[in-house]
Design a protein around this ligand. Structure first.
Ligand code: FAD
Length: 476
């Protein structure tokens, strides 16, 4: 009576509730990862996440292998593939951890119905959130749209319990189902292989996730409350890609924060609140399935966006002429990740200085971020654009020079990612166009040649953006 367990966004053995339940059952176990890029509404992972997924699957396969389980890899629509496999294994049960993106939920609902129709036990378990998004409701009975009351309710709803144990022994089913060779999926980039910077920075897999958490709790996160805004400081946890792939659960992080650690209480609380933002984004997505494609605030449908592919390309490549924006976009390209403050700066620049539709920025992030997720990415883009739930007001427009001076005061971030400005004195680092001819020449910089002149004048662009906003306010 084989039990088939599905892995999807939960590439871990610890606190994997479906796996823990399967282990408890004592039944012979088969495990599969299904790569579904075709079920209706599914958004296939972008390039950076594909790279991550390859390495994470390798790590998961090895971890399962040590317990005697061979991870089967199959590609195809979730429900059909699972059904076919269950039949082939003559499985009596299929277990999985829930997904919360609307197309994932729809596919899993179909899968559950088909399995049960076929007389196969189908059980789903809490997946990758601290709250099940349908449970928390406002006093009026609807979903939350404002973070602060959501966060209050979330903290109250959390029931402390230990994370599910990592199984030490599993009973492997005897089967000969073939697995796709991982390489055949071609998740890794080639022609060109741009992944060197990613490999230098990240260790995909459960062990890498645990290392990050331990280092953060053992002192790496001390001062988080203040340091989390310093662009050149590695003061944040860098757990986001691990969370996105389910190599660690938010519950493991939350309960580690409850247990002994070195983080001062204030830092721990700010960090918890960031996990709360992640939950809020998933709550929004659950209740607004088209979060990535439609303005949450429909007034923004009338916003006069520009179409300018050349400007979009300059932003994508970190060639805007604003050093902090360029450093951030190059950090993204080189490492697959970008500092949160920098994400806000570049998003504000795209939407307000260039007046390009936030969706074009969201798509670029989707393709290039190792932590791109269908909730946090669009929710944060809409937050910056001003069109989102509980969003920053549109008229709060980041000044890229002042942001740079405040959050990268000695220019270390710009120096790291924009080497052509490396020799520019600190006082000009966020506004090279103000440097004297002598300073530029000494630093070997020719503006417009070795480094771009600013592609827009921030003051003028800001005014045009505000005029555009006035139009939708008057029409709305
Ligand atoms: P830490 O500061 O250590 O925070 C811990 C965890 O809290 C993060 O790993 C993340 O899971 C969560 N978190 C922190 N800030 C936020 C936030 N604003 N919204 C939601 N969750 C948060 N985060 C993603 O995980 N995926 C995305 O696709 C994504 N896209 C973004 C796009 C824009 C325009 C902006 C402004 C932010 C985006 N974020 C996204 C949120 C945030 O920038 C990252 O979660 C954070 O930088 C990850 O680094 P960290 O793990 O070191 O964060």
């Amino acid at each position: 009576d084989t039990l088939l367990i599905l892995f999807r966004h939960d590439l871990r053995l610890t606190d994997n509730r479906a796996l823990a339940a399967a282990a408890r059952s004592g039944r012979p176990l088969a495990a599969v990862f299904i790569l579904d890029e075709t079920s209706e509404g599914t958004r296939p992972p972008g390039g950076a996440r594909r790279w991550w997924l390859h390495h994470s699957l390798k790590a998961l396969g090895e971890d399962l292998g040590r317990l005697g389980i061979r991870l089967i890899l199959q590609r195809g629509p979730m429900a059909d593939t699972a059904m076919r496999l269950a039949a082939r294994l003559n499985a009596g049960a299929v277990y999985w951890n829930r997904r919360y993106d609307p197309p994932g939920i729809a596919a899993d609902t179909r899968m559950k119905a088909s399995l049960r129709d076929a007389g196969i036990e189908a059980e789903s378990f809490e997946g990758h959130l601290l709250h099940e998004p349908w449970r928390l409701k406002t006093g009026a009975g609807g979903p939350y749209r404002v973070f602060t009351p959501f966060w209050r309710a979330l903290q109250q709803s959390i029931e402390p319990h230990a994370p599910a144990d990592r199984p030490h022994r599993l009973n492997a089913a005897d089967h000969d189902v073939a697995s796709d060779p991982l390489d055949q999926w071609e998740l890794l980039p080639s022609k060109p292989d741009w992944s060197g910077g990613l490999a230098a920075q990240w260790t995909p897999g459960e062990a890498g996730a645990r290392e990050r958490l331990d280092a953060f709790l053992a002192g790496g996160g001390t001062g988080y409350d203040r340091r989390r805004d310093v662009l050149a400081d590695a003061g944040t946890s860098s757990l986001s890609p691990h969370l996105a792939h389910g190599e660690i659960s938010p519950w493991q992080i939350w309960s580690a924060l409850e247990a002994g650690h070195e983080l001062p209480a204030g830092d721990a609380q700010t960090f918890r609140k960031e996990l709360g933002w992640r939950e809020f984004c998933w709550h929004l997505l659950f209740h607004n399935p088209d979060l990535a494609t439609r303005n949450f605030n429909r007034d923004f449908d009338a916003f006069p966006w520009q179409r300018d592919d050349k400007a979009l390309r300059a932003w994508q490549r970190g060639q805007t002429g604003y050093p902090v924006v360029d450093a951030a976009m190059r950090q993204l390209w080189q490492t697959g990740w970008m500092h949160n403050r920098a994400r806000m700066i570049v998003a504000s620049f795209l939407v307000k200085d260039l007046r390009l539709d936030w969706r074009s920025g969201e798509e670029w992030f989707w393709d290039t971020l190792v932590d791109a997720d269908p909730a946090s990415n669009p929710a944060n883009w809409q937050w910056v654009a001003g069109s989102g739930a509980d969003a920053a007001p549109f008229f709060r427009i980041f000044n890229p020079v002042l942001q740079g001076e405040k959050f990268d005061p000695d220019g270390a971030y710009v120096h790291r990612f924009v080497p052509e400005l490396r020799n520019l004195p600190k006082r000009y680092i966020h506004k090279p166009w103000n440097a004297t001819a002598a300073a530029l020449s000494e630093a070997g910089i020719r503006l417009g040649e070795t480094y771009p002149a600013p592609m827009v004048d921030h003051g003028t662009a800001r005014q045009i953006a505000l005029d555009g906003y006035r139009v939708i306010r008057e029409e709305g």
